[in-house]
Ligand binder design. Structure first.
Ligand SMILES: N[C@@H](Cc1c[nH]c[nH+]1)C(=O)O
Length: 388
């Protein structure tokens, strides 16, 4: 390895330098305050744990995304957390086990063995919130509203929201009586938006004409509210088992549209984005000029079941570094004060006092030149601030 190569970081892994690092940290504080103001309690799940417990109840996609290492103490396989959501579900189900609703939040680095897209970091700083114990429309509305509030707080004003529903596909698949394996294959085709492959599959496999039409309609269910309403009416007519899910999307969007009248909504029932653990309404926020979602989430009602408590669950996550890149939170501009290197205890006391008051005080070392807003000077026997 050449000397210069030793400094190379692996693909998708980055370090953050000043001033961006400060910007991100300031944003983190603002967003943690916001989560707190909405009543969400912080949790800090471990970054590394036994693979079995880390991946219990999640799908294959998360398994592929997880870095694996051997624990030299026990000889067992461990995994680095690639997504905080299942860990928080376990905390809710197992460690806290509350009755009723619980609201939890987190902000920490997660690790991706494989980046989810070309744009994505392999070490995102995942910030998010999870809401347990409420299956109704109000919980989805709260969590999506919080996601929008967080994006706005980051200084990102122009977003559009995508909504989909994994449950509609599942209801159709259940009605068709297809095996779990086949469901997974179809799910993958839908995610890739292979409408023609899906049409061919439906023609080949489905004898019931209503079901066949419903599957074909699903692959084309992308567009604005008008299209959603029309297609929903038809879909519910063809397969009434989908109507509860379809009504759920409509009710959630009605309420969101009242809260965020200027935010465009886009519907896509093929957009089964997110992880295999998602079971219901899924959503994502996009900004112009960035191909990936800047925040995303959805319902995952069954994840807690493997820990003994299937709780209704919904939540969202974002990468703090991405929010910072597209946002405009002004890092609070503290006054920089430069103090001379001097042993005077009075100077030490003054420096400490100014730091307490929120000034950024640097004590000059030898020949150092530091750009300053103000300097500390000894005038009339007192250390005093003087404009630089
Ligand atoms: N953790 C998911 C989003 C999510 C949070 N809660 C439910 N879903 C993700 O990163 O895509």
């Amino acid at each position: 390895m050449m000397r210069a190569d030793r400094w190379l970081l692996p693909d998708g892994i980055e370090e953050v330098l000043p001033p961006e690092a400060r910007q991100i940290e300031v944003l983190r504080r603002h967003l943690l305050d916001l989560l707190d103001h909405w009543g969400y309690d912080m949790v800090i799940p471990p970054a590394l744990e036994y693979l079995d417990s880390l991946l219990t109840g999640t799908g294959k996609d998360l398994d592929l995304r997880t870095f694996k290492v051997t624990d030299q103490l026990s000889g067992r396989m461990m995994g680095l957390s690639a997504d905080t959501t299942p860990q928080v579900a376990r905390i809710d189900a197992h460690s806290l086990a509350p009755e009723g609703v619980s609201r939890l939040a987190y902000c920490r680095t997660v690790f991706h063995a494989k980046a989810p897209s070309l744009l994505a970091s392999r070490t995102p700083t995942q910030i998010g919130a999870e809401l347990y114990g409420e299956a109704g429309v109000a919980a989805d509305v709260e969590i999506i509203s919080l996601m929008v509030a967080m994006i706005n707080k980051a200084g990102i004003k122009q977003i559009h929201l995508d909504l989909g529903h994994v449950g509609v596909f599942r209801a159709l698949a259940d009605k068709a009586g297809i095996s779990a394996e086949q469901q997974a294959e179809l799910f993958a085709l839908l995610k890739l938006k292979c409408a023609s492959d899906l049409d061919a599959w439906a023609d080949r496999e489905l004898n019931d004409p209503s079901l066949c039409e419903a599957f074909k309609l699903l692959t084309r269910l992308q567009g604005d509210r008008k299209l959603l309403d029309e297609s929903i009416a038809r879909l519910a007519q063809l397969v009434p088992e989908t109507s509860a899910e379809l009504q759920h999307i409509q009710q959630v969007t009605d309420q969101l549209a009242m809260r965020f009248p200027r935010t465009p909504f886009y519907f896509d029932l093929t957009e089964l984005r997110g992880y295999d653990y998602h079971t219901g309404l899924v959503f994502a926020a996009y900004v112009p000029g960035y191909g990936d979602a800047i925040a995303q989430g959805g319902r995952y009602d069954e994840t807690g079941a493997v820990f003994g408590r299937a709780r209704p669950a919904t939540g969202f996550s974002a990468d703090l570094k991405v929010l910072s890149r597209f946002g405009s939170v002004a890092a609070d501009t503290k006054q920089t004060v430069v103090a001379p290197g001097n042993d005077d205890p009075q100077l030490w006391a003054k420096v400490q006092q100014l730091r307490e008051q929120g000034y950024r005080v640097l004590v000059q070392l030898n020949a150092e030149t530091i750009p300053a807003d103000q300097t500390l000077q000894l005038l009339d026997g007192q250390w005093q601030l003087v404009e630089a």
